[in-house]
Write a protein that binds this ligand. Sequence first.
Ligand code: V1S
Ligand code: CA
Ligand code: ZN
Length: 390
Amino acid sequence: MPVAYAYSEELIEYADKLPSNKGRASRVNALIESFGLMDKFDGIIRVKPCTQADLEKYHDKNFIKFLLTGDDGLDAESETEGEESDESYEGKDEPVSKEALYGLHYDCPPFDGLEKYVKLVAGATLQCADYLVSLLDTDIAQNTSKVAINWTGGRHHAKRAACSGFCYVNDINLGIQRLRTKFDKVLYVDLDLHHGDGVETAFAYSDKVKSVSVHRYERGFFPGTGGMNTTSRSVVNIPTKYGLSDKSFIQIFDTIIVAEKEDFQPDAVVVTTGCDGLARDELREWNLSFSSFEYIIDQIVNSWKLPTLLLGGGGYHTLDTARCLAICTAAALNVPDRKQWVEIPMHDYFNEYVKDNYSLRVESHVRHNTPDENSEEYLKKLADYFEHRR
Ligand code: V1S
Ligand code: CA
Ligand code: ZN
């Protein structure tokens, strides 16, 4: 069961600095280690920073220069008057700051270690893609799963020349491009609560990459894109309402996502798992437990059996994200006794789990009194819509 895991002390140290997810990478990694999963991987991908040239394979050169050094080398005049930004409406001659131009503010503030962070996170996804690319054709033809995991990746909102929504560079697009050097067709599956807008934009006109995102969709909900009618040949947007339950999530997967995969016949798969749909997540939008993620990851990895790149994405309840990603890792590895795991093993962050009595699968993770606004009728409407357009 070849599953490779992207890790280095440096990757965890710098991923821990991400302002929206401080300390998450170390909790996720430590929990995976504490369940003894490190010994079960086929290989540990020793992550090193990627190069500036690697980032420029998808991103705009000036943007990357500014992100890495704080200076894009252009004079300020090129960003004054006439740029489409909120500031330019205020007074038409007012300059737009470079930070605003490149989205390096609000949700994406600069932080200490940013340069190393982006090179390591993108480097991890690229090295995972390289691992899959370097598989022998005989390995690929075999009826086993082939997986590479980077839980610090999955930065799906970053654009070619701008940071967006806690995402500084789009490691997913870089990874898909790298996978495409060997695999003809790549299916992208985005399970994060938010719409995978940055990936959709990058490959919207490609016949070779199909992006499927299931997400919360409502006026005013970030990023505001991903309505059902924005679906095309290579873009499948599955908008959902408040309170999505495990049952509805699994139904969407089993009906729409599986059918889109069958229709496309991909040669490789990239998944952004995203744990911000969990019931106790700070965003409190969906109402999912770990079991639906476990089921979906198990299906993708162990039933589809295609070369698969698993990435992280969102997740703002740090310890539940660690629980969920540890369970997903065990599912990818097909660890048979994982269903019997009930307690958090002793490890560096063990004491932080005291509130839930050190348990792994806490029943209260699902808010039982939260209605699932995705009614049977609504789910059927979604399924019918996608069936008719195939
Ligand atoms: N949803 C949401 C959300 N929450 C915040 C936020 C909260 C506290 C802060 F101190 C700063 C920001 N921002 C947002 C969203 C971006 C969500 C990104 C999700 C990322 C991911 O999980 O999909 C994957 C990695 N941004 C907005 O809603 C935009 C604003 C409209 C509101 C917040 N302000 C700060 C900027 C503009
Ligand atoms: Ca999504
Ligand atoms: Zn998200």
